[in-house]
Design a binder for this molecule. Structure first.
Ligand SMILES: N[C@@H](CCC(=O)N[C@@H](CS)C(=O)NCC(=O)O)C(=O)O
Length: 228
């Protein structure tokens, strides 16, 4: 669907960038993907997102929109024909926004901290917190989906996109930390949901391969390590 000129400033391994791409795919919007290089920020990025200087940025008809969850909601409003990403009911919409914020503010920072935790005790505590968060999300999934395939019901919605974009990094964390985070015994609903989400036509081409992402994670760790 064409509606003006659409560009995404991003990078393939970024979970936040994936959100914008999935939302555009859901709406069948064609866009140009402008890939930022690791370790440098283009002039266009600095000009388009001068506050945070982060990806993703959506540029629609030369106007930038920043912050992945804001971008997803913008896409849903501009390309407003079905399928909708936000629920129609105001309370359902508020609940979806609540869980999306929970994931960004609470859950994902804890998952990130598994890799940086200092000492075995801190690492175990971080893993425990991540698993507790996943159990909370299992309950949210059961309430939001009401027996349907996605948090958003029959369609992928805001919470699906917010949580699902982290599945690649979750698998990398499982692999590198040798721990099971998404566990059939504890969260059977989410395990099946994750399979459905990754296989969805709007997702499968932008969800990175776990091994490729794990290689990138190694590169990133080297890149971030202080020089010896
Ligand atoms: N809250 C932001 C987070 C975006 C973010 O952290 N992007 C990372 C890439 S995954 C980034 O641009 N990092 C570069 C930097 O921090 O300078 C969003 O939801 O869009």
């Amino acid at each position: 669907m064409a509606k003006g000129n659409v560009k995404v400033l991003g990078a393939w391994p970024s979970p936040f960038v994936m959100r914008a791409r999935i939302a555009l795919n859901i709406k069948s919007v064609e866009y140009e993907f402008l890939e930022e290089k690791l370790g440098s920020k283009s002039e266009l990025l600095l000009k388009s997102n001068p506050i945070h200087k982060k990806i993703p940025v959506l540029i629609h008809n030369d106007k930038p929109v920043c912050e992945s969850l804001v971008i997803v909601q913008y896409i849903d409003e501009v390309w407003s024909s079905a399928p909708s990403i936000l629920p129609a009911d105001p309370h359902d919409r508020a609940t979806a926004r609540f869980w999306a914020a929970y994931v960004d503010e609470k859950w994902f920072p804890t998952m990130r901290s598994i890799a940086t935790a200092e000492g075995e005790e801190a690492r175990k505590a971080a893993i425990q917190q991540v698993i507790e968060g996943i159990v909370l999300l299992e309950d949210a999934y059961s309430k939001c989906s009401q027996g349907k395939p996605f948090f958003g019901g029959n369609q992928i919605g805001l919470v699906d996109i917010a949580v699902g974009c982290f599945l690649g990094w979750l698998r990398v964390t499982e692999k590198t930390s040798q721990v099971k985070l998404l566990d059939e015994a504890k969260t059977p609903g989410l395990v099946k949901w994750a399979e459905r989400f990754c296989a969805h036509v709007a997702v499968k081409d932008v969800m990175p391969d776990t091994d490729k992402l794990a290689e990138f994670a190694k590169l990133l760790a080297k890149f971030k390590a202080p020089p010896k």
